[in-house]
Design a protein around this ligand. Sequence first.
Ligand SMILES: O=c1[nH]c(=O)c2[nH]c(=O)[nH]c2[nH]1
Length: 294
Amino acid sequence: MATKVEGFNFEQRHGKARVRVARVWRNKSDNIHSMVEWNVSISLLSDCVSSYVRDDNSDIVATDTMKNTVYVKAKECSEQLSAENFAILLARHFTSFYKQVTTAIPHDHGFKLGSEKHTAEVTVQKSGVLKLTSGIEGLSVLKTTQGKSGFEGFIRDQYTALPETRERMLATEVTALWRYSYESVSSIPRNPLYFTERYLDVKKSLANTFFGPPKEGVYSASVQGTLFQMAKAVLNRFPDISSIQLKMPNIHFLPVNISSKENTIVKFNDDVFLPTDEPHGSIEASLSRFWSKM
Ligand SMILES: O=c1[nH]c(=O)c2[nH]c(=O)[nH]c2[nH]1
């Protein structure tokens, strides 16, 4: 959406970031309470160029108004709904309520202390054209199972010190981002918790593929190989997901061996490790269906 301004191309957007809202629903009949906590960011593509170039603010939707709208819309949701549906509802509001707004991009971060986060980003155009991506951030997984992770057969040269192994700790914090194939607001499933359930199922599928079957587990030849298996499991399992991107840092656990001149103080026996957060390996890939757009 570039416009020509004073002989230049000009692009702009504005919005409010990190609006935190918690919403509680109390079911009177069974006295079950449910709660969500979201961190919402909104970005609007709108025609308000005159505020940039002519000090005329008459086409600006104030970012303070955007923040208030988050609370008003949260209040108006009388039934629990997914982060995705809340983002879509906000986007539809901004694109239909304001003639100046052509596209709205809400980004929603499900928040729970000390655990992984559910993310959602939607882009809705005035016409109802939709782009929907969901994700997970900070899913910590670690394999300690004997003989279930190794790294062998890589290039060896004069710079290589890393020994080959079939026994190591494999730890990562998975960040995943997947795109749904729904391309219009009217085509999304009716169930208001559909995307919440999908999120939980995708998370389960990622974790189950990482760990393998409960008894025998599965051998990981590399983070790369495990990442590919995880991405493939999601695309094979969920037909309405058209692509997935995975980032899996290789968080290293170093064997602890300590000795003094005189004697060995700690001798590593696949038992004591030094956890490190830097440097870490960074391994990422995306997998998409041939017809997908992402
Ligand atoms: O699974 C791994 N992949 C790598 O690319 C790599 N590089 C490295 O030093 N250790 C590992 N482990």
